[in-house]
Write a protein of this length. Structure first.
Ligand SMILES: Cc1cc2nc3c(=O)[nH]c(=O)nc-3n(C[C@H](O)[C@H](O)[C@H](O)COP(=O)(O)O)c2cc1C
Length: 138
């Protein structure tokens, strides 16, 4: 519905924030010592106004699509990019980190990606046609 005025992007290139988010996410996942942010130089959070529960799914879907488009564009630019829902969940549940994002009033975090340079190359992949189940209603 073109409600772009209800979406907000937060770009984080603060090393301390990313390091703290890394520790918080690893702790949440009970995987201390791992690096679920992959030590990316940039995190991008997508938040959206979330004041009517009836539309939460729609706002979340919008945020996910925006994140996906950013990942596609990052790939096009030769950058590495990854959806980081673990980081999203950890930051959403950490009042100190969440406050540092300085989100607009009434907005919740719905998507996060990490972006940075990579030495990996992207190859075409064979994706099985039956990876996702399908039923057809005639
Ligand atoms: C909703 C969602 C959340 C994800 N969260 C994470 C995450 O927190 N950390 C991570 O490394 N990858 C995350 N990913 C990336 C998935 O691990 C990745 O898409 C999966 O390996 C499948 O890749 P493929 O669809 O390209 O085969 C997420 C992907 C999606 C769709």
């Amino acid at each position: 519905m073109g409600l772009y005025d209800q979406i907000h992007l937060t770009v984080v290139n603060n090393r301390d924030f990313i390091a703290d988010a890394d520790v918080a996410t690893a702790a949440m996942m009970h995987r201390e010592g791992t690096h679920p942010t992959y030590n990316v130089p940039i995190l991008i959070f997508v938040s959206a106004k979330n004041q009517d529960p009836m539309f939460t799914g729609m706002m979340m879907s919008s945020a996910a699509m925006i994140a996906h488009n950013m990942v596609l564009e990052a790939t096009e630019l030769g950058l590495g990019a990854c959806y980081l829902w673990g980081v999203l969940t950890a930051v959403s549940n950490n009042p100190d980190l969440l406050a540092k994002l300085n989100l607009p009033e009434g907005y919740d975090l719905f998507a996060a990606i990490g972006v940075g340079p990579t030495s990996e190359t992207y190859e075409a992949r064979e994706i099985p046609a039956d990876r996702i189940s399908v039923n057809v209603i005639d």
